[in-house]
Design a protein around this ligand. Structure first.
Ligand code: G1P
Length: 289
Protein backbone atom coordinates (compact mmCIF):
# COMPACT_ATOMS: atom_id res chain seq x y z
CA UNK A 1 0.00 0.00 0.00
CA UNK A 2 1.52 3.37 -0.94
CA UNK A 3 2.05 5.63 2.07
CA UNK A 4 0.49 9.05 2.33
CA UNK A 5 3.04 11.88 2.12
CA UNK A 6 3.88 13.87 5.25
CA UNK A 7 2.04 17.18 5.05
CA UNK A 8 1.69 18.15 8.71
CA UNK A 9 4.22 18.86 11.42
CA UNK A 10 3.48 19.08 15.13
CA UNK A 11 5.91 21.29 17.04
CA UNK A 12 5.49 21.25 20.82
CA UNK A 13 6.21 24.79 22.04
CA UNK A 14 4.47 25.00 25.39
CA UNK A 15 7.51 24.70 27.68
CA UNK A 16 8.49 27.46 30.09
CA UNK A 17 12.13 27.43 29.06
CA UNK A 18 13.34 27.53 32.67
CA UNK A 19 16.87 26.55 31.62
CA UNK A 20 17.19 29.92 29.89
CA UNK A 21 15.85 32.24 32.56
CA UNK A 22 15.94 35.19 32.76
CA UNK A 23 16.01 35.36 28.92
CA UNK A 24 12.76 33.41 28.71
CA UNK A 25 10.86 35.39 31.32
CA UNK A 26 9.13 37.47 28.64
CA UNK A 27 10.43 35.91 25.40
CA UNK A 28 9.48 32.34 24.36
CA UNK A 29 12.60 30.17 24.19
CA UNK A 30 11.62 29.22 20.63
CA UNK A 31 12.37 32.80 19.58
CA UNK A 32 15.89 32.89 21.00
CA UNK A 33 18.14 33.32 17.98
CA UNK A 34 20.89 31.18 16.59
CA UNK A 35 23.00 33.98 15.07
CA UNK A 36 20.03 36.11 13.86
CA UNK A 37 17.30 33.57 13.25
CA UNK A 38 14.91 32.20 15.92
CA UNK A 39 15.47 28.50 16.61
CA UNK A 40 11.85 27.75 15.67
CA UNK A 41 12.41 29.18 12.18
CA UNK A 42 15.12 26.59 11.51
CA UNK A 43 12.65 23.89 12.61
CA UNK A 44 9.80 25.18 10.44
CA UNK A 45 12.15 25.52 7.44
CA UNK A 46 13.27 21.92 7.96
CA UNK A 47 9.64 20.77 8.08
CA UNK A 48 8.90 22.58 4.83
CA UNK A 49 11.96 21.00 3.19
CA UNK A 50 10.48 17.61 4.14
CA UNK A 51 7.23 18.40 2.31
CA UNK A 52 5.21 19.84 5.20
CA UNK A 53 2.58 22.48 4.42
CA UNK A 54 0.74 22.79 7.73
CA UNK A 55 2.66 23.46 10.92
CA UNK A 56 0.79 22.89 14.16
CA UNK A 57 2.37 24.68 17.08
CA UNK A 58 1.32 23.33 20.45
CA UNK A 59 1.56 26.52 22.47
CA UNK A 60 0.78 27.79 25.95
CA UNK A 61 -0.19 31.10 27.46
CA UNK A 62 2.41 33.81 26.84
CA UNK A 63 3.70 32.29 23.62
CA UNK A 64 1.65 34.17 21.03
CA UNK A 65 4.67 36.08 19.75
CA UNK A 66 5.86 32.85 18.09
CA UNK A 67 2.84 33.10 15.80
CA UNK A 68 3.60 36.78 15.09
CA UNK A 69 6.99 35.70 13.79
CA UNK A 70 5.28 33.70 11.04
CA UNK A 71 2.77 36.44 10.15
CA UNK A 72 3.34 39.35 7.79
CA UNK A 73 4.65 42.54 9.40
CA UNK A 74 3.24 45.36 7.20
CA UNK A 75 4.79 48.31 9.06
CA UNK A 76 8.21 46.70 9.19
CA UNK A 77 8.02 45.72 5.53
CA UNK A 78 6.94 49.23 4.51
CA UNK A 79 9.81 50.71 6.49
CA UNK A 80 12.34 48.35 4.88
CA UNK A 81 10.98 49.17 1.42
CA UNK A 82 11.15 52.93 2.11
CA UNK A 83 14.75 52.70 3.24
CA UNK A 84 15.79 50.66 0.21
CA UNK A 85 16.27 47.38 2.08
CA UNK A 86 14.16 45.39 -0.33
CA UNK A 87 16.12 42.14 -0.03
CA UNK A 88 15.54 42.18 3.73
CA UNK A 89 11.88 43.04 3.16
CA UNK A 90 11.54 40.06 0.86
CA UNK A 91 13.20 37.83 3.45
CA UNK A 92 10.69 38.96 6.09
CA UNK A 93 7.79 38.29 3.75
CA UNK A 94 9.18 34.84 2.87
CA UNK A 95 9.10 33.81 6.56
CA UNK A 96 5.36 34.52 6.61
CA UNK A 97 4.87 32.43 3.49
CA UNK A 98 6.96 29.43 4.59
CA UNK A 99 4.02 27.38 5.83
CA UNK A 100 0.49 27.55 7.08
CA UNK A 101 1.11 27.96 10.82
CA UNK A 102 -1.74 27.19 13.19
CA UNK A 103 -1.80 26.76 16.95
CA UNK A 104 -3.50 24.73 19.59
CA UNK A 105 -3.06 25.22 23.32
CA UNK A 106 -1.79 22.69 25.78
CA UNK A 107 -3.55 24.05 28.82
CA UNK A 108 -1.52 22.15 31.39
CA UNK A 109 2.06 20.81 31.23
CA UNK A 110 1.23 17.10 31.25
CA UNK A 111 4.13 15.88 29.13
CA UNK A 112 5.35 15.56 25.56
CA UNK A 113 2.90 12.78 24.72
CA UNK A 114 0.05 14.93 25.96
CA UNK A 115 1.31 17.89 23.89
CA UNK A 116 1.24 15.73 20.76
CA UNK A 117 -2.24 14.48 21.65
CA UNK A 118 -3.45 18.11 21.78
CA UNK A 119 -2.81 18.28 18.00
CA UNK A 120 -4.97 15.26 17.21
CA UNK A 121 -7.97 17.08 15.72
CA UNK A 122 -5.70 19.26 13.57
CA UNK A 123 -3.69 16.31 12.24
CA UNK A 124 -6.61 14.01 11.53
CA UNK A 125 -6.14 10.63 9.91
CA UNK A 126 -2.76 10.96 8.24
CA UNK A 127 0.90 10.41 9.07
CA UNK A 128 2.70 13.45 10.47
CA UNK A 129 6.05 14.53 11.83
CA UNK A 130 6.73 15.65 15.39
CA UNK A 131 9.66 18.05 15.65
CA UNK A 132 11.19 19.17 18.94
CA UNK A 133 12.52 22.71 18.86
CA UNK A 134 15.37 21.96 21.26
CA UNK A 135 16.98 19.67 18.70
CA UNK A 136 18.51 21.77 15.94
CA UNK A 137 20.01 19.58 13.23
CA UNK A 138 22.41 20.81 10.57
CA UNK A 139 22.31 18.24 7.77
CA UNK A 140 22.93 18.00 4.03
CA UNK A 141 19.46 16.48 3.64
CA UNK A 142 17.13 17.93 6.30
CA UNK A 143 16.68 15.34 9.07
CA UNK A 144 12.86 15.37 8.83
CA UNK A 145 13.19 14.58 5.12
CA UNK A 146 15.55 11.69 5.81
CA UNK A 147 12.88 10.21 8.09
CA UNK A 148 10.02 11.00 5.70
CA UNK A 149 11.92 9.22 2.91
CA UNK A 150 12.43 6.17 5.12
CA UNK A 151 8.72 6.21 5.98
CA UNK A 152 7.82 6.46 2.28
CA UNK A 153 10.04 3.43 1.53
CA UNK A 154 8.80 1.26 4.39
CA UNK A 155 5.35 2.52 5.39
CA UNK A 156 6.44 2.40 9.03
CA UNK A 157 6.73 5.08 11.68
CA UNK A 158 10.34 6.25 11.76
CA UNK A 159 12.13 8.13 14.53
CA UNK A 160 15.54 9.80 14.62
CA UNK A 161 18.35 8.08 16.50
CA UNK A 162 21.86 9.13 17.44
CA UNK A 163 24.55 7.36 19.40
CA UNK A 164 25.41 9.11 22.69
CA UNK A 165 28.02 8.40 25.39
CA UNK A 166 26.85 5.88 28.01
CA UNK A 167 26.91 8.57 30.71
CA UNK A 168 24.32 10.60 28.79
CA UNK A 169 21.80 7.82 28.11
CA UNK A 170 19.68 8.79 31.15
CA UNK A 171 18.82 12.12 29.49
CA UNK A 172 17.12 10.55 26.46
CA UNK A 173 14.66 8.03 25.21
CA UNK A 174 16.84 5.01 24.40
CA UNK A 175 16.01 2.54 21.61
CA UNK A 176 17.35 -0.89 20.80
CA UNK A 177 16.77 -3.55 18.18
CA UNK A 178 18.34 -5.31 15.21
CA UNK A 179 19.99 -3.23 12.48
CA UNK A 180 18.34 -3.59 9.06
CA UNK A 181 21.09 -1.65 7.30
CA UNK A 182 23.76 0.81 8.37
CA UNK A 183 21.20 3.52 9.21
CA UNK A 184 17.97 1.69 9.99
CA UNK A 185 17.07 -0.18 13.18
CA UNK A 186 13.92 -2.20 13.81
CA UNK A 187 13.02 -0.98 17.29
CA UNK A 188 12.23 -3.72 19.81
CA UNK A 189 12.89 -1.85 23.03
CA UNK A 190 12.29 1.76 23.90
CA UNK A 191 12.80 3.26 27.35
CA UNK A 192 12.36 6.88 28.42
CA UNK A 193 15.38 8.20 30.33
CA UNK A 194 16.64 4.91 31.78
CA UNK A 195 18.29 5.48 35.18
CA UNK A 196 20.32 2.29 34.79
CA UNK A 197 20.96 -0.50 32.30
CA UNK A 198 20.08 1.37 29.09
CA UNK A 199 19.25 -1.16 26.36
CA UNK A 200 21.75 0.58 24.02
CA UNK A 201 23.47 3.92 23.45
CA UNK A 202 21.05 4.90 20.70
CA UNK A 203 19.22 8.04 21.82
CA UNK A 204 15.95 9.27 20.40
CA UNK A 205 16.40 12.74 18.92
CA UNK A 206 13.43 15.05 18.41
CA UNK A 207 12.18 14.04 14.95
CA UNK A 208 9.41 11.46 14.69
CA UNK A 209 7.40 10.48 11.60
CA UNK A 210 4.33 8.80 13.02
CA UNK A 211 1.09 7.17 11.92
CA UNK A 212 -2.20 8.60 13.28
CA UNK A 213 -2.65 5.39 15.29
CA UNK A 214 -0.29 6.92 17.86
CA UNK A 215 -3.09 9.26 19.01
CA UNK A 216 -5.27 6.34 20.11
CA UNK A 217 -2.33 4.84 21.96
CA UNK A 218 -1.57 8.15 23.67
CA UNK A 219 -5.14 8.56 24.77
CA UNK A 220 -5.10 5.24 26.62
CA UNK A 221 -1.63 5.70 28.12
CA UNK A 222 -1.02 6.03 31.88
CA UNK A 223 1.52 8.64 33.06
CA UNK A 224 5.15 7.50 32.88
CA UNK A 225 8.49 8.95 34.05
CA UNK A 226 7.99 12.20 35.98
CA UNK A 227 4.23 11.61 36.14
CA UNK A 228 3.95 12.82 32.52
CA UNK A 229 2.31 11.28 29.46
CA UNK A 230 5.45 10.23 27.59
CA UNK A 231 5.60 10.06 23.81
CA UNK A 232 8.31 7.41 24.18
CA UNK A 233 5.91 5.10 26.05
CA UNK A 234 3.34 5.39 23.24
CA UNK A 235 6.06 4.59 20.71
CA UNK A 236 7.02 1.46 22.64
CA UNK A 237 3.41 0.28 22.20
CA UNK A 238 3.46 1.24 18.52
CA UNK A 239 6.71 -0.72 18.02
CA UNK A 240 5.09 -3.84 19.47
CA UNK A 241 1.81 -3.46 17.59
CA UNK A 242 2.77 -2.51 14.06
CA UNK A 243 6.53 -1.98 14.05
CA UNK A 244 8.64 1.16 14.34
CA UNK A 245 11.95 2.04 12.74
CA UNK A 246 14.82 4.06 14.12
CA UNK A 247 16.88 6.00 11.62
CA UNK A 248 20.45 7.07 12.38
CA UNK A 249 20.22 10.34 10.53
CA UNK A 250 23.13 12.01 8.85
CA UNK A 251 23.88 15.44 10.29
CA UNK A 252 25.10 17.39 13.30
CA UNK A 253 22.61 17.80 16.13
CA UNK A 254 22.76 20.64 18.64
CA UNK A 255 20.87 20.58 21.93
CA UNK A 256 19.63 24.15 21.71
CA UNK A 257 17.62 23.61 24.91
CA UNK A 258 20.83 23.52 26.91
CA UNK A 259 23.00 26.60 27.38
CA UNK A 260 26.23 24.97 26.24
CA UNK A 261 24.54 23.29 23.27
CA UNK A 262 22.93 26.61 22.36
CA UNK A 263 26.28 28.40 22.45
CA UNK A 264 27.84 25.67 20.29
CA UNK A 265 25.01 26.02 17.76
CA UNK A 266 25.58 29.78 17.61
CA UNK A 267 29.30 29.39 16.98
CA UNK A 268 28.84 26.60 14.43
CA UNK A 269 26.12 28.43 12.47
CA UNK A 270 28.06 31.72 12.59
CA UNK A 271 31.11 29.95 11.16
CA UNK A 272 28.94 29.04 8.15
CA UNK A 273 28.17 32.69 7.44
CA UNK A 274 30.71 34.15 5.02
CA UNK A 275 30.51 37.63 6.58
CA UNK A 276 31.10 36.33 10.12
CA UNK A 277 33.33 33.28 9.68
CA UNK A 278 36.68 35.06 9.22
CA UNK A 279 36.48 37.58 12.04
CA UNK A 280 34.87 35.05 14.42
CA UNK A 281 37.54 32.44 13.74
CA UNK A 282 40.27 35.00 14.38
CA UNK A 283 38.67 36.16 17.62
CA UNK A 284 38.06 32.60 18.85
CA UNK A 285 41.71 31.70 18.25
CA UNK A 286 42.67 34.68 20.40
CA UNK A 287 40.35 34.07 23.34
CA UNK A 288 41.03 30.35 23.70
CA UNK A 289 44.78 30.80 23.83
C1 G1P B 1 12.52 14.47 24.92
C2 G1P B 1 12.04 13.02 24.83
C3 G1P B 1 13.23 12.08 24.82
C4 G1P B 1 14.18 12.44 23.70
C5 G1P B 1 14.60 13.94 23.81
C6 G1P B 1 15.39 14.34 22.58
O1 G1P B 1 13.09 14.68 26.18
O2 G1P B 1 11.18 12.74 25.93
O3 G1P B 1 12.79 10.76 24.64
O4 G1P B 1 15.33 11.62 23.74
O5 G1P B 1 13.44 14.78 23.89
O6 G1P B 1 15.87 15.65 22.68
P1 G1P B 1 13.40 16.15 26.78
O7 G1P B 1 14.78 16.49 26.31
O8 G1P B 1 12.37 17.07 26.25
O9 G1P B 1 13.35 15.98 28.27
Amino acid sequence: MPTKPIRKAVIPAAGLGTRFLPATKAVPKELLPIVDTPTIQYIVAEAVAAGVRDVILVCARGKDSIVDHFDIAPELEAHLARTGKTALRDQMRAIAKLANVVTVRQQEPLGLGHAVLCARALVGDEPFVVMLGDDVIDAPVPAAKQLADCHARTGLGTIALMEVPLAETSAYGIAAGPALDERTVRIERLVEKPRQDPPSRLAVIGRYVLPPRVFEILEALPPGVGGEIQLTDALAVLAREEGLLGYRFEGQRYDAGDRLGYLKANVAFALKRPELAGPLRGWLAEVIR
